[in-house]
Design a protein around this ligand. Structure first.
Ligand SMILES: [Zn+2]
Length: 406
C-alpha cells in the first residue's frame, strides 16, 4: 500500500521519525483550532528551527498546510501562520467473527465512511482462511474510493484470545512464525494493531458510546458467543497478558456439554447464539412446537431467526431467551459484587430483544447481587448497532497516533 506510515514492526528509521513528527504537527495545528507559526511548532515539538521549517515546507508542498496570514510581532519580523487544509485521516478497520467478516474505513470521530460485510464467511484456523481475509481486505480497500495515502493504519478485532501488546492472536492464525499483526503489517505495509473483538467493541462504547464519561462499566457483547469488556477507573482492562474479561468461560453454566476451552460449566455454553441454536434444536427434537421454520435438510436454524420469532411472540423462543437472560443476570450479579460498576451495557445481536431480555437479566442480577452495588448500577442497551466492533478496531489506530483519547 502507498500509505503514509510503513509497518510498525520494523525498526524506526529517520524517515518514519520524520513522518511521526509531521503527524504531530498536524495534530498540534488541529488541536489549536486556528493557525500556528513555525516557532510555535518548534516549541511544542521540541525540535530545532531548521527541522521545523523543513517539515512545514514539506507538509505545505504535500498539500496538508497553507499560509493564512502573518503574525504581528514587536521586533518587526512577521512569521507566517500555517493552517490545515481539509485533511482527513482514516483507519482501515477489520472485524473477524466466527461467521462474519467486516471491513471498513473509519474516521477519527469513529464515523464509518465505508464498510462491507461478508456473511458467508467461516473463520477457520488455516492458511487458506487467512488468504481469504487478506483478499477481502484488498478488495474492500479498492472499492472504498478512499486514497491509501490518507490511511494511517489498520485496526483489527478478532474473536478469541488476543495479546494486544504483541499483536498475537492465540486462538486463530497462530501457526504463523510471527504474530498475526506483524504478518499483516508486512503484507499490507502499514501499521497494524490487533485486539479481541469484544474489547474493540468496548473501546467504541468508551469513546463514542454509552460508556463515555463512565469510570466503571461492564460491556457485554452478546451475539453468537458471549464476550465481555471491563472498564475500570476509566480504562479498558486488557489484563496482565491480555486475556481479561472472559465471563463466558466462568463456571456459571449448567449444561453438560464440553466447552471449546476443554472444560464443562462455562457460561458461554449456556448463553449466546451458539447455545441458543443447540438448545432450540434439542427442544424441537423432543417435539416442542415453534413458529420458527425448521430446515428440512436437518441443518440447524440460525439464532437470529429465533430472536426474531421471540419478538413475534413464539413461546418456545421466548422461554429459552428468558432462561438465558436469567443465567446471564445471575453471573453478572456476581461481577457486580466483585467490581461495583456504575453501568452494564448490553450490545450484540441479542440487544434487539430489549425488555424481553432485560427483564430476566434483572431478575437474575437480583438473585446474586448485593443490594447497594445493584441499586447504583444501571443496565442499558448499546446504541452502536452492528458496527460497534468495527469502529473500535479503527479506534486502535487513532489511539496509537494519539488522535483520540478514551
Ligand atoms: Zn470454556
Amino acid at each position: 500500500m502507498k500509505a503514509i506510515f510503513k509497518s510498525n514492526f520494523t525498526e524506526i528509521t529517520n524517515e518514519t521519525r520524520l513522518m511521526q513528527q509531521k503527524l504531530r504537527i498536524i495534530q498540534v495545528i488541529s488541536q489549536n483550532g486556528y493557525g500556528i507559526t513555525v516557532p510555535d511548532i518548534c516549541k511544542e515539538l521540541k525540535i530545532s528551527a531548521p527541522t521545523g521549517i523543513k517539515l512545514v515546507n514539506e507538509l505545505q508542498s504535500e498539500g496538508f498546510l497553507s499560509i493564512i496570514g502573518k503574525k504581528e510581532t514587536q521586533n518587526g519580523r512577521k512569521p507566517a501562520i500555517y493552517a490545515l487544509k481539509n485533511v482527513n485521516f482514516y483507519a482501515l478497520s477489520v472485524e473477524i467473527l466466527m461467521k462474519r467478516i467486516t471491513v471498513g474505513i473509519i474516521d477519527s470521530r469513529l464515523n464509518t465512511v465505508y464498510y462491507r460485510q461478508k456473511t458467508d464467511f467461516v473463520l477457520e484456523d488455516t492458511a487458506d482462511c487467512l488468504q481469504k481475509v487478506e483478499g477481502f481486505i484488498l478488495e474492500c480497500l479498492d472499492n472504498s474510493g478512499v486514497g491509501e495515502e490518507s490511511i494511517l493504519g489498520m485496526g483489527m478485532g478478532i474473536t478469541g484470545r488476543v495479546k494486544h501488546e504483541t499483536g498475537e492472536s492465540l486462538t486463530f492464525f497462530n501457526f504463523l512464525d510471527q504474530p498475526l499483526a506483524q504478518h499483516l503489517s508486512k503484507f499490507f505495509d502499514i501499521p497494524v494493531f490487533l485486539n479481541n473483538d469484544t474489547r474493540c467493541f468496548g473501546m467504541a462504547e468508551k469513546i463514542v458510546g454509552k460508556a463515555k464519561n463512565v469510570n466503571h462499566a461492564i460491556v457485554i457483547n452478546l451475539s453468537r458467543g458471549l464476550g465481555t469488556c471491563l472498564v475500570i477507573d476509566n480504562k479498558i482492562v486488557n489484563g496482565g497478558m491480555g486475556f481479561a474479561g472472559e465471563l463466558g468461560h466462568m463456571q456459571f453454566g449448567k449444561r453438560e456439554k464440553m466447552c471449546l476451552c476443554g472444560k464443562k460449566g462455562c457460561l458461554g455454553n449456556d448463553v449466546g447464539g451458539n447455545a441458543l441454536e443447540e438448545i432450540f434444536m434439542e427442544k424441537v427434537a423432543i417435539g416442542e412446537k415453534t413458529m420458527v421454520h425448521i430446515p428440512e435438510d436437518g441443518s440447524s436454524v440460525r439464532y437470529d431467526d429465533i430472536l426474531i420469532s421471540a419478538l413475534k411472540g413464539d413461546e418456545l423462543s421466548i422461554d429459552l431467551i428468558q432462561d438465558m437472560g436469567y443465567k446471564l443476570g445471575h453471573a453478572l450479579g456476581n461481577i457486580v459484587n466483585l467490581l461495583n460498576p456504575e453501568l452494564i451495557i448490553i450490545g450484540g445481536k441479542f440487544s434487539k430483544l430489549r425488555t424481553l431480555l432485560l427483564d430476566p437479566v434483572k431478575t437474575g442480577i437480583t438473585s446474586s447481587a448485593l443490594v447497594h452495588p445493584m441499586e447504583d448500577c444501571k443496565i442499558e442497551f448499546s446504541e452502536l448497532g452492528d458496527l460497534g466492533g468495527l469502529k473500535g478496531a479503527g479506534a486502535l489506530v487513532f489511539e496509537y497516533f494519539e488522535l483520540i483519547k478514551n
